[in-house]
Design a binder for this molecule. Structure first.
Ligand SMILES: *Cc1c(COP(=O)(O)O)cnc(C)c1O
Length: 453
């Protein structure tokens, strides 16, 4: 292992709460020992703060807005429970997500059901619970109105717009389908509450432009006697994982030789730094003038009395969790080490999208060790050559040793559990809710297991 770094580092941005946790290394080691394997830590504080920031952005813009947590970003019960307590809605796309949200205490009318070609049983429960359904296709509109008729209820729907700028998207209704859907909505038993979209990518102007179009659609639908008083602009609010300077230095310096086995990634990398992220991205969208309009989106919305729904997943989970592995093997190679940890890349999903989760994991040594610079990549405790958590040679400030912990920061949004399986009969890492020490209660952080079944 080299003593001076020949590879660039990418430190992860960390909220004060996360910094405190890392400083309390003893707790992390205790949990690793007690749980006997890797685990995920969930932090309610940052989730609450992110939700408050989104609400603040709506308030500042004078726009009536509602925040729905996109549940697919993490399976834990904690975040749905926080959503229930805070009065947020939840965006669900399966019967399981719907059931978990209701069990966490989120009222049915605060759910929005998204996803393509939803199962009949999901539509039926959605109608019975008074949930809002984002309709993705004409036949689905038939099925949801059919369910409502049979149940003697009125289905609450949004019509999902196929993004004109993403014509190959498999989601949403095109112009012709929208026109047919509007005619169908006039016949009941269905209430057209408005329109929706969810864009892939992180382009803010594209979101403002399409929101402008949805406002025009609301105006048109009202001329047909339909309610149309809300639009959902989906999720995709970027997360700022690393400081701008660090990200710039890293991207300029990194080369294929810095990755174990010269690994390259056809999937490219997430933009780990975003100058405008989270609630600030919502601010920017509301302040933008949509194509074909002469006023900012916020003013357009106020003018016609349209409510905005947002469905952030990743952005609500910013800083709200991390993942802890224990090093169980260290092998020296050509100037760097291959670490083997007690879990697999199934608990760090980015590898499964031909990409890598780039922010440096943090080394929490078991015992004090001399400072230096030691490069290492990180492999899994499985028999697959390709199962690496980090192909990149990360420069660590201490020599990694068996028994040390590696903490991947900011993994709550999609990284932790979207791909987990008990491969090799390795148990799934448990989720531990950690609340920081507070001067008026306990001197140490407290923990409990998450309630996800
Ligand atoms: C996935 C998804 C979201 C959440 O996206 P993020 O990038 O996590 O904010 C919101 N709405 C819909 C319809 C989705 O499919």
């Amino acid at each position: 292992m080299a003593v001076t770094a020949t590879v660039p580092s990418l430190p992860a941005r960390r909220a004060p709460e996360v910094r405190e946790l890392l400083a309390a290394g003893e707790l992390l080691h205790e949990l690793s020992h007690g749980l006997g394997g890797p685990y995920h830590m969930l932090l309610p504080g940052p989730f609450d703060a992110n939700a408050a920031a989104f609400r603040q952005a709506f308030a500042e813009a004078g726009v009536d807005g509602r925040v729905y947590y996109a549940k697919k970003a993490n399976k834990a019960a904690l975040y749905s429970e926080r959503a229930a307590v805070l009065g947020l809605g939840v965006d669900v796309a399966s019967l399981g997500e719907l059931r978990e949200s209701l069990a966490a205490g989120v009222p049915g009318p605060d759910l929005v059901v998204t996803g393509p070609a939803k199962a009949d049983v999901l539509l039926r429960v959605a109608v019975l619970q008074g949930a809002l359904v984002a309709v993705d296709a004409l036949d689905e509109l038939e099925r949801v109105t059919g369910a409502a008729a049979e149940l003697g209820r009125i289905a609450r729907v949004l019509l999902r717009r196929l993004p004109p700028a993403q014509p190959h998207s498999r989601f949403g209704l095109d112009d012709e389908e929208l026109a047919a859907a509007l005619r169908r909505c006039a016949d009941g038993p269905v209430e057209l509450e408005g329109f929706s979209f969810h864009l892939s990518g992180y382009d803010l102007a594209a979101r403002a432009d399409l929101a402008g179009e949805l406002v025009r659609l609301c105006r048109h639908a009202r001329t047909l006697g339909l309610r149309a008083d809300r639009i959902s602009i989906g999720g995709g609010f970027p997360v700022d994982y690393a400081h701008g300077d660090d990200w710039r230095r890293f991207t300029e310096a990194q080369r294929p030789e810095h990755y174990h086995a010269g690994k390259t990634f056809s999937g490219g990398f997430y933009p780990y730094h975003s100058p405008v992220a989270g609630a600030d991205a919502l601010r920017a969208i509301l302040a933008a003038v949509p194509a074909g309009e002469s006023e900012p989106l916020a003013a357009l919305l106020r003018g016609v009395g349209v409510t905005v729904l947002v469905e952030p997943g990743r952005a609500l989970l910013d800083q709200a969790g991390c993942t802890v592995f224990r090093i169980q093997g260290v092998k020296e190679r050509d100037g760097y080490a291959i670490l083997t940890v007690d879990g697999s890349s199934l608990s760090l999903s980015e590898q499964w999208f031909e990409s890598e989760f780039l922010p440096d994991p943090v080394l929490v040594p078991r015992a004090p060790s001399p400072h230096g610079s030691y490069e290492a990549c990180v492999g899994a405790a499985t028999c697959l050559e390709s199962d690496m958590l980090t192909w990149r040679r990360v420069p660590f400030p201490h020599r990694p040793a068996v028994g040390d912990l590696l903490v991947y920061l900011n993994t709550a949004g999609y990284q932790m559990d979207s791909n987990e399986s008990p491969f090799h009969e390795l148990p799934l890492p448990p989720k531990v809710v950690v609340e920081p020490a507070s001067p008026d209660s306990f001197a140490r952080p407290r923990w409990r297991l998450d309630r996800h079944s």
